[in-house]
Design a protein around this ligand. Structure first.
Ligand code: TRP
Length: 339
């Protein structure tokens, strides 16, 4: 009698590889509300769907800041902020750009396929040339080439960025095309995935929230500071009297309420009918923001009290992606006739 063998179990399905994304963030120190709503939240969300690599771009920062101590501190503050706000080093790779120095070699190689004219007409270069007239260094011009190298050394195909990076991303694609045309298909053309978040205006209600302008809401700072910053916000400048109807569409405080509770329509209604005033709106916003970021604030303080932990996470990140960077460089050197 033959015994029938139980059918062999089906082999486990190979894990579906997740598309690789890459993004870079400036080491601008502690994250503020504009950074979080504009970029960081998105990074956190994407780490669950993609193989995400996030770089704190200290090489790029050197094109505009020349204070070594400040750069070191702000790099660590940025790392602690990102971790506090939810980047999970087990789910994504967080590292500091200069800890994987292969990227500078690739940037050099890419400069040789990049016409200077492309770089000279980059909007950010033109702006910075005006802005820092006494320091129009070569790095400023080559900035987008390094950015392209950042992305393609890991052969990332998707790049989550804000709309302000559109020109840089287009240039990255052009550089990739130029390289592939000269040396054969090597890099995928990186595609921008724009964050839907509208530009977050600063407390002045006019300019984009940014540390250099000094119009931030420092969500990871002490609650008293958050409150003070929010109470100082410019609202609807045409609303002079408390009894004037408010215009939530143009009021920056009202706009921010959208991100902090789904009852904003009814809050707006109070404004339109002058049942509530700007001060009421600011109080609500301050409470909600303080509350929303309470845990992140604790985590941030905790990490900053243990800088060795931050450094360890960053070191592990840089080490994890070393094989990818090295493999790309072997391939590129070979293709270009360097070995
Ligand atoms: N230029 C980007 C910024 O200022 C930062 C950056 C550097 C970047 N390298 C990158 C963004 C690669 C996306 C991909 O915000």
């Amino acid at each position: 009698m033959t015994t029938e063998l139980a059918p062999a179990p089906a082999p486990l399905a190979a894990p579906v590889p997740r598309p690789r994304i890459f993004s870079g963030i400036q080491p601008s120190g502690v994250v503020h509300l504009g950074n979080d709503l504009g970029a960081v939240r998105n990074y956190v969300r994407l780490q669950y769907e993609y193989e995400a690599i996030y770089s704190i771009v200290d090489y790029h920062a050197l094109t505009s800041t020349h204070d070594p101590a400040a750069l070191r501190t702000q790099t660590r503050e940025m790392a602690a902020s990102l971790l506090a706000l939810g980047l999970d080093p087990d789910r994504c790779t967080l590292f500091v750009q200069s800890h994987r120095p292969e990227v500078t070699e690739l940037a050099w190689l890419l400069t040789t396929v990049t016409p200077v004219s492309w770089l000279e007409r980059t909007p950010t270069y033109k702006e910075k040339k005006e802005h820092q007239q006494d320091d129009v260094n070569h790095g400023l011009l080559a900035y987008p080439v390094l950015q392209a190298a950042d992305i393609v050394i890991y052969k990332a195909s998707l790049v989550p960025v804000g709309k302000d990076q559109a020109a840089h991303l287009e240039l990255s694609r052009e550089i990739v095309r130029a390289f592939n045309a000269r040396y054969g298909q090597t890099f995928p053309e990186p595609k921008a995935v724009y964050t839907e978040a509208p530009t977050v205006l600063g407390t002045d209600g006019v300019r984009k929230m940014s540390k250099s302008v000094g119009n931030t809401i420092d969500v990871l700072g002490p609650p008293e500071l958050i409150k003070k910053q929010i109470m100082s916000m410019v609202t609807d400048t045409q609303r002079v009297l408390r009894t004037d109807p408010g215009r939530p569409e143009v009021c920056n405080v009202c706009q921010l309420q959208r991100a902090f509770g789904d009852d904003y329509e009814s809050l707006w209604d109070g404004e339109r009918t002058a049942r509530t005033g700007c001060v009421d709106m600011k109080r609500i916003l301050a409470e909600r923001i303080t509350e929303r970021y309470a845990e992140a604030r604790d985590r941030y303080a905790n990490l900053m009290a243990h800088p060795d932990r931050i450094d360890e996470i960053l070191a592990v990140g840089a080490e994890r992606i070393r094989p990818i960077a090295e493999a790309t460089m072997i391939e590129v050197r070979e293709k270009m006739g360097l070995r």
